[in-house]
Design a protein around this ligand. Structure first.
Ligand SMILES: N[C@@H](CCC(=O)N[C@@H](CS)C(=O)NCC(=O)O)C(=O)O
Length: 88
């Protein structure tokens, strides 16, 4: 991974919390962008361009690929980023 990882995130989201745990366990640096679910930020056109499901978390890697995870698959996917660090 050469570029930045951006986690579209919300502090009250249990799904996003699971992703933060995995990224931190693996030592993957990321920038958190808050999507305020209570304000409806997930329903905006800008967010739907990233994830048409209108759900967080969503993880962008290297700026050009928007990857939307089901949180249980984050650990599997993150092996591509940190193959030598495993946590499930
Ligand atoms: N299956 C998804 C669930 C994601 C999900 O349900 N996210 C919730 C927050 S925990 C959400 O974005 N809700 C926005 C809404 O319902 O409008 C996962 O595990 O990643």
């Amino acid at each position: 991974m050469s570029g930045e990882a951006i986690l579209h995130d919300y502090w009250r989201s249990s799904a996003a919390y699971r992703v933060r745990i995995v990224l931190n366990l693996k030592g993957v640096a990321y920038r958190s962008v808050q999507v305020d679910l209570r304000a409806g930020d997930q329903a905006t056109g800008a967010f739907h361009a990233l994830n048409p499901q209108g759900l967080i978390p969503a993880l962008e890697i290297d700026g050009h690929v928007a990857v939307v995870f089901r949180t249980p698959s984050v650990s599997k996917r993150s092996r591509l980023v940190k193959p030598t660090v495993t946590c499930g």
